[in-house]
Design a protein around this ligand. Sequence first.
Ligand code: AMP
Length: 177
Amino acid sequence: MGNNFSLDEVIRKVPNFPKQGILFYDITGILVNPKAFKYCIDMMVKLYKGTNIDSLAAIESRGFVFAAPLAERLGLPLVLIRKKGKLPGDTYSCKYALEYGFAEIEVHKADVKSGQRILVIDDLIATGGTLQAAQNVLEQGGATVTGFFGIVGLPFLNYHKVLDSIPVKTLIDYNTE
Ligand code: AMP
């Protein structure tokens, strides 16, 4: 599989989902296409193999799907960042603003080690608010976020502004809503 696989062909674009005015980029089209899914994981391995990372952290729930095979391929620990109330142990948590209302994410305190260098993975990066909250919970445990990864990026939503100067990598970007 070369570097020229067209992810755009397998990402379904669904207008007005989950609400009016949002163009939803549906990554399930990647998962049902084994070549597309393998392409994604191979590209992630290429981007991060041999880089100075101690652990991966994945955002519930579509982030889990891409982070788990990468963790296995790189031989790195995988930390799950989940919606409030899902993790049984003691947690660090962070509330953050959504377009309407608030959300809260958590991570197990025991899974974050002080001084760890962590790459945070989600399926798609839009405003960056979710990744910023993920950075917050990991930093509460004394870890450092060294990078953010999304299969899809929507840079027109200006995620770079909220993600400090931490490097963001994506496999495909869309520049219009
Ligand atoms: P944000 O916090 O704005 O960067 O939003 C990122 C999270 O919301 C990710 O977990 C995405 O799965 C989801 N998301 C936001 N916008 C979209 C979109 N247009 N299409 C698909 N998923 C989205």
